[in-house]
Design a protein around this ligand. Structure first.
Ligand code: ADP
Ligand code: MG
Length: 581
């Protein structure tokens, strides 16, 4: 900008002009904007506070949390729901480590996210000289993420951001770590020079069609099937291929079974949903199409056994996923949208499916559903409530609000909710996912509400809620339409654990069955409810969803509702003989 000034002698003179300058932080924000990032989740402090201010000033929504792990869970959820990387901003050392747990979890779940962390000056870290928050963050992150980069110079920031973006979303999506050193964040450049660094990346998310041989092989195998079935995984939800899957199912009449987060990709209650027939499919299906689902522990060990004769067609973007536990007869490696298009186009007009297969699954579904309904009905008015009582009150309310996103974590609370609540829309269920972790709740609620603008209901076990409870305050500060429902049975699994030492200390699994979680909501100005009967619960949930405002419902369950899951004593019973429970 040129101005004029006046000398003492009164003659006007041009003021010295300096080129306008920008910092590494300005460049980073602009680079993020260039690739379309509009939201950042994080927790500020040295050296990234100013960065968050600049981001906010330049049109990136900054959602500040109380704990980095939850900010990371929000970024991961944002990535899963939008198919673009969620961004997490953390400070150095502990903030970085807190956030890294979420980035690692995102990588395992194939959610695209980028953790951007400030880090301290390199030299004293490398020479172990003891510096403020000194930690070799890049090397710590490397084994836990899909890709990790460090930027040392402001000139490299735009390239680093594009590479981080590409790594997060290309091929199998995952978590990416971007280390930005304090000197790089604070470095100054002439704005005109910085302008030259930016470019529009071409084809940021390239399609990756499968080979035509792989498609023909898969079609041939399906054509021979007598008892085929489709397993839909969260990769299909992420890839947004619900219309293609519907076309496949409509065209072939093959029944489908969703993995937990794929519930709703095709409706749980549709005529070809075989959700209740998992063990029959594992035992009897001759050809199974895995669509964005991995044959990991959730589809084998401990969760049923496949017949030795079952043959698999696996649709996946990652060639390394093929054959991980079972030989795959027909791998179709490519992005799901391209693969399903090619596969559907190549299907024969008629398959040779056994005419009794689908009707037998439908009959089984009917019987199992009736039994399940009976079980819910039997508990419908039990007080103090158990998990089933509470869920029978919740079920019709959620059915009346199908577009609400459900976040769900816990032990019994997770299993029973998943089994009870039907989903009819894709990407409306977010849970503990592949690692079956606890502690994704409040962050996922925030990420889901911010990324979609939709209402969210979280159904949380009391223990699960404890991991992220303080970030309920983030829901309140940002006035998000989120209702958190806490099933309080006073413990991990349940509240009746026995202290085997006989002292007054609580048992390892015991929490607080009398805790009033609703008062925590009061502290942050939420609408709160403490409910002890199914009628109160139903009314509170209806009202809370309709309010489109932060709400917390403390559901009083009986302390003995719920059972322990995952006993491993059977691995070595002799060692446990002396313990009586
Ligand atoms: P679930 O737990 O629901 O079974 P998983 O997370 O185990 O689902 O599996 C998801 C799979 O989907 C992963 O193997 C991943 O590589 C794959 N995937 C993710 N995105 C795509 C995509 N766009 N196209 C093809 N496969 C994908
Ligand atoms: Mg899986």
């Amino acid at each position: 900008m040129s101005t004029t000034t006046t000398t003492n002698a009164g003659t006007p003179q041009a003021a010295p002009s300096y080129p306008s300058q920008v910092t590494g932080m300005d460049i980073l924000v602009r680079a993020l904007r260039m690739v379309g990032i509009d939201t950042m989740y994080g927790l500020v402090g040295i050296p990234v506070t100013e960065l968050a201010y600049i981001a906010q000033a330049r049109g990136i929504r900054f959602v500040g949390f109380r704990h980095e792990q939850q900010a990371g869970m929000a970024a991961a959820t944002h990535g899963y729901l939008t198919k673009t990387p969620g961004v997490l901003l953390t400070v150095s050392s502990l903030g970085f480590l807190n956030g890294l747990t979420a980035t690692a979890n995102a990588t395992v779940n194939c959610y695209p996210m980028i953790q951007i962390s400030g880090s301290s000056v390199r030299e004293p870290i490398d020479l172990l000289q003891g510096t403020y928050e000194g930690l070799d963050q890049l090397n710590i992150a490397k084994p836990l993420v899909k890709a990790a980069y460090r930027v040392n110079k402001p000139e490299d920031i735009p390239t680093a951001v594009v590479r981080a973006y590409r790594a997060a979303v290309s091929g199998r999506p995952g978590g990416v770590y971007l280390d930005v050193t304090t000197p790089c964040l604070g470095a100054i450049m002439n704005a005109a020079d910085a302008d030259k660094l930016f470019y529009e990346p071409v084809d940021l998310v390239p399609s990756m069609p499968p080979s035509s041989e792989s498609v023909s092989r898969a079609v041939e195998l399906l054509a021979s099937a007598k008892k085929p079935a489709i397993i839909i995984g969260k990769g299909a939800a992420y890839a947004r291929v619900e219309d293609k899957l519907k076309a496949l199912v409509d065209k072939t009449g093959i029944p489908y079974l969703p993995m937990s987060m794929a519930k709703g990709v095709l409706p749980d209650n549709g005529p070809l949903s075989a959700m209740a027939c998992r063990s029959t499919i594992m035992a009897e299906a001759d050809v199974v199409l895995l669509v964005g689902a991995r044959l990991n522990w959730l589809l084998s060990r401990g969760h049923g056994k496949w017949s030795a004769d079952t043959k698999f067609i696996q649709f996946d973007i990652d060639p390394e996923e093929i054959d991980i536990n079972r030989p795959i007869a027909a791998p179709v490696v490519g992005d799901l949208a391209s693969s399903l298009d090619a596969f559907i186009a190549a299907l024969p007009a008629k398959l040779s499916v056994d005419p009794t297969w689908v009707p037998s699954l439908q009959a089984q579904t009917k019987t199992k559903n009736a039994k399940f309904a009976e079980r819910l009905q039997a508990n419908v008015s039990v007080v103090p409530m158990d998990h089933w009582t509470a869920l029978s009150a919740i079920k019709p309310v959620m059915a009346a609000n199908p577009d609400v996103i459900l976040v769900n974590e816990g032990a019994n609370t997770l299993d029973d909710t998943r089994d009870t609540l039907d989903m009819t829309l894709p990407r409306h269920r977010i849970d503990c996912a592949t690692w079956a972790i606890m502690g994704m709740g409040m962050g996922s609620c925030v990420g889901a509400a911010v990324a979609t603008g939709k209402s969210v209901v979280a159904i949380e076990g009391d223990s699960a809620f404890g991991f992220s409870g303080m970030d309920f305050s983030t829901i309140c500060r940002f006035k998000l339409p989120v209702t958190v429902v806490i099933f309080n049975n006073g413990g991990i699994y349940n509240g009746v654990g026995v202290n085997m030492a006989g002292t007054s200390d609580p048992a390892p699994t015991t929490l607080d069955v009398r805790a009033r979680y609703d008062k925590l909501g009061d502290a942050f100005g939420a609408k709160t409810y403490y409910v002890t009967t199914p009628a109160e619960l139903s009314q509170a949930l209806t009202e809370a969803i309709a309010s489109k405002a932060p709400a917390l419902i403390d559901v009083q369950l009986a302390a003995d509702s719920g059972k322990e899951s995952g006993h491993i004593g059977y691995l070595n019973p002799a060692a446990l003989e002396h313990i009586e429970v």
